[in-house]
Design a protein around this ligand. Sequence first.
Ligand code: ADP
Ligand code: ZN
Length: 759
Amino acid sequence: MIARVSLEIALRKEFDYAIPPELEGRVDVGTRVQVPFGPRKVLGCVTALAEESAHARLKPIIKVIGAQTLVTPRVLKLARWIADYYCCAPEIALKSVLPEAVRKEDAAWRERLFVRALPVSGEFPKLPKRQLEVWNIIEERRELSLTELLTLVETTASTVRRLEDRGLIEIATQVSERDPYAREEILPSVPLVLNPAQAKALDAITRAMNQSEDGGSNMEDGKSRPSSTLHPPSSTFLLFGVTGSGKTEVYLQAIAHALAQGKGAIVLVPEIALTPQTVERFKARFSQGPQQTLVAVLHSHLSAGERHDEWHKIRQGRARIVIGARSAIFAPVEPLGLIVVDEEHEHTYKQEEAPRYNARDVAIVRGQMEGTVVVLGSATPSLESYHNCKRGKYTLLELPERVDNQKMPFVRVVDMRQAARGGKGPPIFSTQLKEAITQRLERGEQTILFLNRRGYSTALECTQCGYVAQCPNCSLSLTYHRPEQKLLCHMCGYVEAVPAVCPNEKCKNPSIRYTGLGTQKVEDTLNKLFPKARVQRMDSDLLKRKEDYRRILGDFRVGKIDILVGTQMIAKGLHFPNVTLVGIIYADMALHQPDFRAGERTFQLLTQVSGRAGRGDVEGEVFVQAFTPFHPAIQHARRHDFVGFYEQEIEFRQQLNYPPFRRVALLTLKGHNEDKVKFSAEHVRKELDKLAGSAIRDLIIAGPAPAPLLRAESLYRYQLMLRTGQMSKLGQSLAALMAMLTLPEDVTLTVDIDPASLS
Ligand code: ADP
Ligand code: ZN
């Protein structure tokens, strides 16, 4: 037999290898293998088995990785789709479907020495006192790890070995599974009685799940199904409900239904929402009680070993429910009864390096391939998904009210142009927001302040010569970080010391000035304005370790913090009943991005952040500080009016042929030499013009133009934006184009299909 192998080194080609006799029966489609390639040994994945090969004298496979096929045929199919649609090499797509720890097997099962009591045959021997003490403990516990035993009885391994010599105990290695949540004490939860809207949503979802269960076997008209639709048509739902409307409870009960059908479920949440709180809710429902099911968790904060173990629990079918970030969509759950994508509009579902897939869209494709019901959930659906409901592609389910009829927070928009009048430029806090904070402090209630920019000041300028501290590698000004006394590039990480005088040799002016606002300055100003308040900042500068996040949220929950200041890290998924005030310091910041989604993003962000207020008995209040207070994104967010926003925005998208009416592909050329990059981009444009004239008639080409950030990490970047209604076709043409294109040596071309951002 011969195995066709896709190698991990990107060659866009598969190679044949012989299966040596000693590996016979262990190599299948999806098996991970190590093979010789030239003088090297490389890893790869078997994509097919064959009887014969076009090549003579095949080299044999060196070894098989893992005891089980790692890539299931279904996931393999999904990887192929990703390679085609997102225009990337198949081996890159294949690589991304397994966690690194599983692919390389270097974080294999952790084996530990365990001590076990053996049944005593005949008369119990007379033991020295010490040995008897040790034996008593082992007998009582039946089995425990050697390390645990040694610390318990404060003895050495040799004492224990003596018991082994007497045949009383056995010491053997055993796999000890890492459980990232082992220290968590999770109380079981029971399904809640649903309100009518929830019940209606759940009913629609479970009915679709039952239908896909029946498969094509009970077609009502009695006609047989064409073989191309082996799976029943999948159903995709959009569960549109404000924050706190009980979406998660619907997910939980739909998952219970999947389990009752003997199937598993995948729940995707944005990385940022993968808080212990979220995970606990799923574990509490399913990991406790009589019908225990393991819930596996996959995200980037786990250690390699933990990820390895979690993944194998899924592959072995022991964990039927997976909750995770983006890449959890590749979890080998079989059979798969349900996929949930929470906060489906989130941009973190898009991977920013190859393969540049969007996990939400991959979820829908996987659902179609496997006949699995997909539920997308959001309080602020993406325009694409809502539009798909309007077109009848998805089914819209609505939860219009908060559970327990809690009111939506009252949102006030503060016109910062007025606040800025009378001299010194805009203040950080308007009078209204300051008063509201004072009130909360007096009443012992909590406040969240949001500003999506870390650091202290965003620029350092010289008032005399106009010098601005810039990153030498990027076209970006350096951010001043006060606690560390450093200037930092947020793009490439470049650091330099804070100058005492203007660095311009001819100027050397001592009065340099910091402008622009970051979270550090907000924190600082709060401490000055409210010296008695307990203020805590939360942004990625502060959270170097995974415990920090947990600790701060814990402190906030128990009321040790009065005011929490943070970036988008605090915008989502947190539930704190005592928070009655949310302040958005600079609401129009995201509006100034050169991106057709700027309005949509601002609307989403304001709505999400506002949702943090008033989740307890007291009605919440939100202050939105803005310089463009009448912008539709801000006004619709103020009224909690998604549909109004959608209707206005969709018109603009249609007029300009933006998604969801056309799809976008962004081509970026990068290189050290600007002229070469520009020239290459123009060359690509000419090739694309040919396409537009023949294969893809509706193709709209914009550019080449310098990227919004012309230079990043020392590379100049030029872009072309393509729009078409026939993306699969364009993808094929682009793949062909890239294969024949010859670019100058240090110029690279990347293709991003359905980009999340245009920068
Ligand atoms: P969402 O996911 O839409 O933000 P959640 O599912 O988290 O909403 O629900 C918000 C709160 O309401 C949670 O504390 C949840 O336990 C509670 N809840 C949800 N559904 C019900 C229900 N049917 N009856 C009582 N409480 C509920
Ligand atoms: Zn930089």
